[in-house]
Design a protein around this ligand. Structure first.
Ligand code: BGC
Length: 423
């Protein structure tokens, strides 16, 4: 293989420090425009919930919908940031050959009936006790209070019919009623980023930013400026829609075949749902393949983690997906390409955090924790390192004051905290 082909593709994913600073400045600008209803690529969705006190307690049901798996759990909040998960059920939203509740062939009742059965399993079919449910719904939704959330548009290539424009908790309530589970009452609906921030703030202070870096990508923050919003509350930025970015030819190809071209510009460059596909477009181009092979972000992680000097796993994985046997040199170049794609993702994400920090702390950045949940942050060892490096390039020595913390399972705990706060 001609190595200049690899080199050219790798170059396409390079984001220099100056570009990161520009992204950060544009994010800050879009936040401030969004707050005054000016023209902004950020949806800036109000959550109608603030930060928890940390003393919330009681037993709540938590539902986490929006990634690869659907989860329902019974959570006992014990106050002082303590909690127990009493029961947890997880089911994939699609199962090859059996069902797919995320595709256009499924309807809202197919999907919500499935959700209701998973909730029923989490309460062991109990029809007596009253359960209040917090619902983490990980899609852009417009809210008028903590209960009412209408889906604005699907993202992450979800396409289930009959949900856009609907109040998701009403759909859930109707499905629970069809199932006879009338003792479960949905009381709060929140975005998963909001859940991460609530979960983090339930356990520690000094945090205003929650983020998801996984199948999808998004960030929220706590806004206190009551000249712009009616009361202090968490704002879901829907940062995945940020679009002041320069895109390469692979981004363009991916966008053109996506469910919603021109939308979710940043998300399509950084999130797990798309990284494997971006890589696949590069491979198709480099190897002049008639069709795009299929790779996922999990494949990319495996390639990154291949420390064998002969890169034997990478060569095997690539052969399985394309039928092509790589030379050792090609495998090295391929690993560099994966590194470049992953690095761009982490660097752009960190640049957006800087823009948010500049907005929240216009005078001086204090010591602050950003809580992040998601497989890309948790399982790709280079992600946190690359993010920290990008923070230094944009914030200089202030970057040392920012720590990036994993908030594992925040979607479940946050949903329970939201339910407790709404009672
Ligand atoms: C959705 C966000 C969500 C994020 C992470 C995005 O596709 O638009 O609402 O927070 O994925 O799950």
């Amino acid at each position: 293989m001609e190595h200049s082909c690899f080199a050219q593709a790798i170059k396409e994913f390079n984001v220099p420090a100056a570009a990161l600073s520009q992204v950060a400045a544009c994010v800050r600008y879009d936040i401030e425009q969004g707050l005054i209803d000016g023209f902004s690529s950020l949806k800036m969705l109000k959550s109608y919930i603030g930060l928890p006190a940390g003393n919330e307690s009681g037993e709540y049901l938590a539902l986490d919908f929006g990634g690869t798996n659907l989860r329902a759990a019974l959570v006992q909040l014990k106050g002082n940031g303590n909690f127990n998960i009493l029961k947890k059920v997880a089911k994939p939203l699609k199962f090859s050959g059996l069902y797919d509740f995320t595709g256009p062939d499924s309807t809202s009742s197919d999907l919500f009936d499935f959700i209701a059965t998973v909730i029923d399993e989490a309460i062991d079919g109990d029809r007596k006790k009253k359960y209040y449910l917090g619902h983490t719904f990980s899609f852009p939704s417009s809210q008028t209070n903590i209960y009412n959330a209408k889906l604005i548009t699907w993202t992450k290539e979800f396409a289930t019919k009959g949900v856009v424009g609907e109040t998701v908790n009403d759909l859930l309530k109707q499905a629970l009623a069809r199932q006879g589970v009338v003792n479960v009452e949905p009381v709060a609906v929140i975005n998963d980023t909001v859940a991460v921030l609530l979960a983090a703030a339930y356990q520690s202070t000094d945090t205003y930013i929650g983020s998801i870096y996984a199948t999808g990508h998004n960030t929220c923050y706590f806004e206190t400026d009551t000249s712009k919003i009616e009361k202090p509350m968490i704002i879901n930025l829907e940062i995945g829609g940020f679009n002041k970015l320069s895109i390469n030819k692979y981004d363009k190809k991916l966008d053109s075949v996506s469910e919603h071209p021109y939308e979710q510009r940043l998300e399509k460059m950084v999130s797990g749902r798309y990284l494997g596909e971006l890589f696949a477009f590069c491979v198709q181009d480099i190897f002049k393949l008639p069709a795009k092979p299929s790779f996922t972000s999990v494949d990319l992680s495996h390639i990154l983690e291949d420390t064998d000097p002969g890169l034997s796993s990478t060569i095997k994985l690539f052969h399985t997906h394309t039928g092509i046997t790589l030379t050792k040199d090609d495998a090295v170049a391929l690993q560099e390409l994966v590194t470049a794609i992953m690095n761009r993702s982490a660097r752009l994400t960190a640049a957006t955090y800087c823009g948010i920090l500049w907005h929240i702390f216009p005078k001086a950045i204090p010591s602050h924790k950003i809580f992040i949940d998601g497989s890309l942050f948790e399982k790709v060892p280079s992600a946190a390192r690359n993010m920290q490096q990008a923070l230094s390039e944009v914030l200089g020595e202030n970057a040392a004051k920012i720590s990036l913390e994993l908030e594992n399972g925040g979607s479940i705990l946050g949903a329970a905290v939201a339910a407790a706060m709404s009672k």
